[in-house]
Design a protein around this ligand. Structure first.
Ligand SMILES: Cc1ncc(COP(=O)(O)O)c(C=O)c1O
Length: 405
């Protein structure tokens, strides 16, 4: 029996005694997603860095890593505090992918490094490098920095910008300048570069919410592959020419897994959201994964025929706000949110389509969040289902009393 795709009846039976809302991970689907993500990376000898922001549960991060210790050697963390928490939980090789200069973070970075943990902090300016160097000197150690290279697609001389607005480092010359600057700094060593191609990794080209735009998005994804590779190459070569010993070149995300993996310059590929495959990650033409993370709401009332109203459910995702940032109804099939109300803070009405079963108060409705890790900010615990039965319960970061962003 294929337990990677559970039916509504299976969810109903499994959740009968459960308190709702509840967050659920189907481990059979997660296992298949792991294989799908690992598969293209394995033969290249590159490492797979797991984006912890997209999991936010220590036991599940451990579970995914332990599937292939050779391949998954480190985490991409989303804050220094989070990296410290992961280090405390036994993880090492922690790339903090977003810069910080606040004193508490810099102190932590110094302490972690002095304690022998390999923690690397992102930098894209002299100011970032100064803060990292000072942290290293204060802790009588050498703190590690990684330079963030902007690999956005910027045609028409930069008048158009497709990608994220993060790093201003866009040329080999600028990367070389930062490398030269770092040489004069005690307490600091640049060990790597990262070029995150959000315009490929985060651009869904088979998105039912953007049907008209999908062909354009597909074209942008395609066009920018060679541009990204050229930019990463130029920046890393310039850094090496300045004497930087590059220990890592990071790139990618779930949505670019196939193109990032074949970039020769890249030594490690990041993926996170694909493991849970929240609903935005079901909308790529090439990357095909299985929904593995859900939340179940309790039907509590029936206001009109053909409608049910659930308790809670308005777990809206970050990003450009639009209908695709709402959760979607996974099961029963043929059910949708109401455009005028959407997912509510306390009450979420759901339209039952023609082929949907009748639902009564007490029945569950199975939903999918748009984003992967953000689901975990709403729940203390994840119910793990394996072979159609509850196999375990594990805490989220929140369940361990942690909230970082
Ligand atoms: C620096 C960086 N790398 C990679 C990713 C991709 O992660 P995921 O696989 O969860 O989409 C992100 C997502 O925002 C990111 O910020």
């Amino acid at each position: 029996m294929d337990n990677s795709k559970l039916t509504y009846e299976q969810f109903h039976k499994i959740l009968r005694q459960e308190r709702l809302p509840a967050a659920i991970i189907n481990m059979d689907a997660l296992d298949l997603n792991c294989e799908k993500i690992f598969e293209p990376v394995r033969p290249t000898g590159k490492m797979l860095r797991i984006a912890s922001k997209s999991i936010r549960s220590i036991p599940l991060l451990r579970y995914i890593m332990e599937k292939d210790r050779q391949l998954c050697r480190g985490l991409m963390c989303f804050s220094v505090e989070e990296a410290a928490f992961c280090a405390e939980q036994g993880f090492d090789d922690l790339l903090v992918a977003y810069p910080s200069v606040q004193p508490s973070d810099m102190k932590l970075l110094g302490e972690l490094t002095a304690a022998g943990k390999r923690v690397m902090l992102m930098a894209d300016s002299e100011l970032h490098l100064d803060a990292i160097a000072a942290a290293g000197r204060r802790a009588k150690t050498t703190c590690l920095a990684v330079i963030d290279i902007d690999v956005s697609y910027r045609p028409l001389g930069g008048k158009v910008h497709m990608g994220v607005r993060r790093s201003p480092v866009r040329s080999g010359e600028r990367a070389a300048e930062l490398a030269r600057y770092s040489k004069k700094k005690k307490g600091l060593r640049i060990v790597g570069a990262m070029g995150y191609e959000a315009q490929i990794a985060g651009l869904t080209d088979d998105n039912p919410f953007t049907r008209k735009l999908n062909p354009i998005k597909k074209a942008i994804r395609k066009i920018s592959v060679s541009d990204v590779a050229a930019r990463r190459k130029a920046a890393t070569e310039a850094m090496v020419a300045e004497g930087v010993k590059l220990e890592l070149v990071n790139g990618g995300g779930t949505g670019s897994i196939y193109s990032t993996t074949v970039d020769d310059v890249v030594t490690e590929v990041t993926a996170g959201s694909g493991f849970f495959c929240s609903h935005l990650f079901s909308y790529y033409n090439d990357v095909k994964l299985l929904p593995a993370a859900f939340f179940a709401l309790q039907v509590v009332r029936i206001s009109d025929p053909g409608l049910v109203t659930c308790h809670g459910g308005g777990y809206i995702a970050s990003g450009e706000t639009g209908p695709d940032r709402q959760p979607i109804v996974h099961l029963p099939q043929d059910c949708t949110l109401i455009g005028l109300e959407g997912g509510g803070e306390v009450q979420t009405p759901i339209v039952l389509g023609k082929s949907a079963p009748e639902l009564s108060p007490g029945d569950p409705v199975i939903m999918r969040h748009a984003k992967a890790g953000e689901l975990c900010e709403r729940f203390n615990e994840l119910i793990l289902i394996s072979k159609g039965k509850i196999s375990d319960r594990v805490p989220t970061y929140r369940g361990q009393g942690k909230c970082f962003l």
